[in-house]
Design a protein around this ligand. Sequence first.
Ligand code: GLP
Length: 245
Amino acid sequence: MPMEVRVVRDATALADAAAAFVADGIREDPDQTILAATGETPMGTYARLADLVRRGEVDASRVRIAQLDEYVGLSAGDRRSLIGWTRRAVLEPLGIEDERTIRLDGQAADLDAACRAYEAAVAEGGGIGLALLGLGPNGHVGFNEPPSPADAPTRAIALTPESISSNARYWGSVDDVPRRALTAGMATILAARRVLLVASGPHKRTIVSRLLDSPPDPWLPASHLHAHPAATLLVDDAAMPGSRN
Ligand code: GLP
């Protein structure tokens, strides 16, 4: 069964809908592990969730946050690390203690061991309850770059030129972007009990169109979600092929 598709008016409506989806999930299971994407798209969602937390409408303090991806080889405390971004955008605003994160350690001397430790920690926490994902311009989720099979484990990968150029805005120039990253594996993502994939804006329309037309295909890693029993694609009008904007 293909993914459920929900189309909302604009980025604000997307943030509201995604925050409501995540908040409902937390109320149902306050101790679950959430795989939380960085990137621009879910930032409004975290901000809306933080509003709900401030108003006492949801308590996220018992949730565990699993990192979705991380660059390899940054120095400790580099603000551009994805754990730093996760702290600023997710943990602090939602009132989740740092110790409740399952980290992908891109500074580890043994990256394979760091990936195994991550998977063991996810399993120990009962697996992923909800994966909140963004969609890369080449169809990646996390940094599962094409080609990524459905059983791809958590691992170190070489970033594709497309991902390097789309992330260059965070680094000053293409040359400054790290060449390698760790990513939660496609298998870990697909084992999540629920998945919410968010895409917003006209620059996502081409990849959303490819995704909607594609059967599960390692060359478009997000398309594996069509085979997931509870995956939702939430897009705004601007990202939806064939919409009027
Ligand atoms: C990045 C990250 C992903 C992110 C995706 C989309 O390269 N590795 O975790 O979800 O691309 O990012 P954005 O939401 O900024 O479009």
